[in-house]
Write a protein that binds this ligand. Sequence first.
Ligand SMILES: N[C@@H](CCC(=O)N[C@@H](CS)C(=O)NCC(=O)O)C(=O)O
Length: 205
Amino acid sequence: MQLIGMLDSPYVRRVAISLKLYGLPFEHRPVSVFRHFDEFRRINPLVKAPSLVCDDGVVLTDSSLILDYLEQLAEPQKQLMPAAPAAARRQALQLLGIALTACDKTVQVVYELQQRPAEMRHQPWLDRVQLQLTAAYDALEAAVMRAHPWLLGERLSQADVTVAVAWRFTQFYIADRVAAERYPLLAAWSARAEALSEFLATPLD
Ligand SMILES: N[C@@H](CCC(=O)N[C@@H](CS)C(=O)NCC(=O)O)C(=O)O
């Protein structure tokens, strides 16, 4: 199995960390969607990171779909999504939706600032994205307040992986727009997740 994409992508990083938590062997190929566009196209013409090249050559796209597949390969005691009760699964899905929106909105800001020429930037769009980003992190700060010690309880789950990865990504790229001081619980809780060996072995930078 090959995981394609750079670890500065939160979507790639959440899959890489999950693979390590699952204990599934894989090869990581840090191919960039921007700097190695042609090489990426040869692997997956969609040029989306992450891409997962399975052992039989089938290529999967989109981190949540890739994780859905990998979750089935993992031993039951290593799975990261609660199968039951339904309330725990719903809570995980709710938190994942918020954290992935935080990632998407951070990506939109970064692309607007890095990919679009300055004279073509559209401030109303950035303002709108900022409101969505703030809403996402306000909700995650409230969720962390209820964590004991992880978001769903005793066991680390996919919600923890993705929330921590989202926070690290946003802080790395746009800490000026999402001030850590506004989210003290999230910052401290994320530092605890980032200290786990699977996170340390999967650095963003
Ligand atoms: N929903 C997707 C988002 C993936 C995504 O947008 N990845 C970025 C890298 S951070 C990418 O492929 N960008 C290139 C592009 O969209 O053309 C997922 O969860 O995998």
